[in-house]
Design a protein around this ligand. Structure first.
Ligand code: MG
Ligand code: MG
Ligand code: MG
Length: 309
């Protein structure tokens, strides 16, 4: 059976390019694998679209239902972020850089998770360990994922390993100016004109289980918060709709990549709890958190502590 390599829902550049890269590595090692993603190609976020086009990579195949399939997971191990019926799939490998989630398996599997900034960084090591050369186009994709996940090395999730991986991958991919590549990606990813508010909320969005309460956290990385000044009401409305669908809280991180901070928009059954989590006060349902760049390393751990997870 062909192994479907798949990243998390609302796929980001790491989820997409890591699926491509790990499928290539598995194939090179004699395991038949194909890259998949939890999205149709036209539903990909604009940054990922740009990266695939720039490096001539084909979009992974869409996968919606995992039942009866053999899966390798990249960039996640939370059931809530997987395709439907993940518990009826045979998970054969996991490569990740997040906290370990709640996926369980019946058999021993390859499980490689490292506290680095990007799954692409872990995969770069795995190619080297296996003695498999990374194809030029795939190196470009992996490099883009590292720049994206680490916000061009500015995120607190960024490690020396990520920087070292970029230094290696840029040679393979033949890219001189990674800052210019990052700015192209940022421009694509932060484009909001004409995009429905709900699509913006879901552009980079994850649900978490916090002590039995469902909490959604979206993030928009922007060159400046002004980019969304005119559509804040629409974003709030979209958040209200998403919250009404069984969620305790919905948060939207409006992250200013240049100022290095986040305007955190909050809709919650318990706003005081969220204020406590970030030691700040909400004004008009939002609060500025200086230095907040990372959902994984800053937002989610603070929420988990406040919710008593
Ligand atoms: Mg990701
Ligand atoms: Mg990632
Ligand atoms: Mg991300």
């Amino acid at each position: 059976m062909t192994v479907c390599v798949v990243g998390h829902s609302s796929p980001d550049t790491d989820s997409v390019t890591s699926a491509i890269a790990y499928a290539a590595l598995l194939n090179a090692q004699g395991t038949e694998a194909k890259a998949c993603m939890q999205s149709e190609a036209d539903g990909l976020n604009p940054e990922s679209k740009l990266v695939l086009e720039r490096f001539g990579l084909a979009a992974p195949e869409a996968i919606a239902d995992a039942a009866g399939k053999q899966l390798a997971l990249v960039d996640f191990s939370d059931i809530a972020q997987g395709p439907a019926n993940l518990s009826e799939a045979d998970v054969v490998a996991i490569v990740d850089h997040h906290k370990i989630g709640d996926v369980t398996t019946n058999n021993p599997i390859l499980f490689r998770a490292e506290p680095v900034g990007c799954t692409g960084t872990v995969l770069n090591k795995m190619f080297k360990d296996a003695g498999v050369a990374i194809p030029k186009d795939i190196a470009g994709g992996m490099l883009s994922a590292i720049l994206s996940d680490t916000v061009n090395f500015k995120s607190p999730t960024c490690t020396d390993d990520d920087k070292a991986a970029v230094a290696e991958l840029k040679v393979v991919a033949g890219i001189d100016d990674t800052d210019a590549l990052f700015m192209d990606m940022l421009k694509a990813k932060s484009a909001v004109d004409g995009v429905p508010a709900k699509d913006l909320l879901f552009r980079d969005y994850k649900d978490f289980d916090m002590k039995g309460k469902k909490v959604g956290v979206g993030q928009l990385e922007l060159a400046t918060i002004d980019q969304v000044a005119d559509i804040r009401d629409e974003l709030m409305k979209a958040m209200e709709e998403v919250k009404a669908d069984g969620r305790h809280s919905v948060l939207l991180m409006l992250t200013d990549v240049v100022k290095e901070g986040t305007d955190l928009v909050v809709l919650s059954d318990d706003p005081a709890l969220i204020e406590k989590a970030f030691n700040s006060k909400l004004e008009n349902a939002s609060m500025w958190i200086a230095g907040m760049m990372s959902r994984k390393k800053q937002t989610v751990p603070n929420l988990q502590e406040a919710f008593g997870c």
